[in-house]
Design a protein around this ligand. Structure first.
Ligand code: AMP
Length: 184
């Protein structure tokens, strides 16, 4: 693992990320305020500071794999994995991964959805950092943890750019460290 010091104070970073995030009302459906992270990606320096901070927060956890959730989780998870010097593992929507898969369903407001991961992606004893852009109700992240466990690993930490704390997603993720750069 590549260890590196915290690049800067979290408060400065949180301030700058909060200023960059764009709220889009009624997307993808009425009543939802969508947190658009694309302005963070447009700022090369800010994007790098975010993923360096995510990686720095995980350096002491002896993470062996970064598991990221399709699709915005990939954007942040890949540089975090590279910074930590560990494998990157994608979790995808059904029907996207070509090899043998494990699958977990989770409940949405209306109906269910599912996520898949290659069954041989981790191995017994894997210590996993799960990365996604937004923690909302926690259903997606909790389903990802079940995938990790079915593949023989354990989730030691979750890393998000944004935590919508009023939806109490952390309640579904007890037992692991949960890190977010910005909370609403
Ligand atoms: P949840 O399973 O409810 O925690 O939802 C998390 C997933 O939905 C993440 O992959 C997010 O990218 C996405 N998501 C949920 N709510 C929002 C939101 N308000 N803005 C942007 N993305 C969201």
């Amino acid at each position: 693992m590549i260890t590196r010091p915290l690049p800067e104070g979290r408060e400065t970073l949180a301030h700058d990320v909060r200023a960059a995030i764009r709220d889009v009302a009624d997307f993808p459906k009425p009543g939802v305020v969508f947190k658009d992270i694309t302005p963070v990606l447009s700022d090369a320096s800010l994007f790098a500071r975010v993923t360096e901070s995510q990686a720095a927060a995980a350096t002491a956890m002896h993470v062996t794999h970064v598991v990221a959730i399709e699709s915005r989780g990939f954007i942040f998870g890949a540089p975090v994995a590279q910074a930590l010097g560990v494998p990157f593992v994608p979790v995808r929507k059904p029907g996207k991964l070509p090899h043998r898969r494990v699958r977990e369903e989770y409940t949405l407001e209306y109906g269910t959805d599912a996520l898949e991961m290659h069954e041989d992606a981790l191995g017994v004893g894997a210590r996993v950092l799960v990365v996604d852009d937004v923690l909302a109700t926690g259903g997606t992240a909790a389903a990802t943890r079940r995938l990790v466990e079915r593949a023989g690993g354990v989730v030691v930490a979750f890393s998000f750019v944004i935590d919508l704390t009023f939806l109490h997603g952390r309640q579904l993720l007890v037992g692991a460290s949960v890190d977010a750069i910005v909370e609403y």
